[in-house]
Design a protein around this ligand. Sequence first.
Ligand code: PHE
Length: 397
Amino acid sequence: MNSSNGSLKVVEQTLNQTQEQLFLLLDPSILTNIQKQFQTFSDPKVLEDIKKQLRPIADPHIFADIKKNLRALGDATTRADVLKQLRPISEAFEAIRVEYLGRKGIFAQMFKELGQLAPDKRAKTGQNLNALKKWVSNALEERHNELKALSEASIIAEEKVDLTLPGVYHSLGHLHLLTQVQQEIESIFLHMGFDVATGPEIESEYYNFEALNIPEDHPAREEWDSFYIDDSHLLRPHTSPVQIRVMEQTDPPVRIICPGRCYRRDTQDATHSPVFHQVELLWVEEGLSLANLKYVIEYFVHEFFGAEYEMRLSGDFFPFTEPSVQVHMRSLGSSDWLELGGAGMVDPAVLAKVGYDPEKVTGFAFGFGIERMAMLRYGIDDIRTFLTNDLRFIEQF
Ligand code: PHE
């Protein structure tokens, strides 16, 4: 038996004893007995004797013991149980109050009978009767207050919060690797002075093709022919339409990056996914050249992948850039070049279409795959893992 159980037993014993003693005071025989002695109330000895009989209501220790033992009880649940056991005791006190001091109680009856006493006896008896009534009523009030304090203490003990207990742990999860990578890319370019722009994923043919210098019959459309929603709208296959939307609304200089989801009619395999993410960059201002483009990409590669990477540009073709390049990178000493995406100087025809003067301003742009960058940096060999939501993958990052 542990110490907490031991204390509980002691508390319960004290409670039971008190309860029994109190119930005795409600016994009709003791009530009539007191009433019968009323005639002799002028005798102080009789009064002392009655007080002795009524001791349970006047004993300040009955609760002191309970209180002491209650404090020794360890946990709040046990205290709450004890608190429940106090109820019969307070009910007993209330019953005593009614039986003794109530309108029809024994004191009321004794006061009534006072008138029948001989006048010489009446004064002393009345005085003592009054004193006894006061004594009983004081005793009951004191116990009542003590009992109340005890219940409150128990309630407080029960409600006390233990700040040292460990909290309930709710797993919050974390950002998906793709989101983390996208935010990191955004942060790198934000530091360089670029803004983040976004555009719709359902795009019109105009923004997706015509404005990007890809006329209707141009064979380059084939590469970006994506999922059509209706005759003239499709899920965007690249983020380049955002360039047009921003340039239409802004005068140069323009410095933006546009990260976002893209869709292509690609059959899914380890390196292709019909849904993927790109980050587009566009900088239009007076005096920009391919050298600036190379610097910006190189800076980004070093920031994102590390100083031990090098990059190279090689010729390519995009209808909206001239010249166009392909961007590759590799770790120093490695023989394999890995493709990051396409880039180039914005075609003057594209600038003219949004109302810029291609004789005055030049610009460059690139579009890189976010999944591809994450795969290169973290050594992920299957693009499908980004979408399958396998926690064994997600929780690694
Ligand atoms: N939009 C092109 C693509 O998705 C990439 C690109 C962007 C190329 C900007 C040049 C300039 O393939």
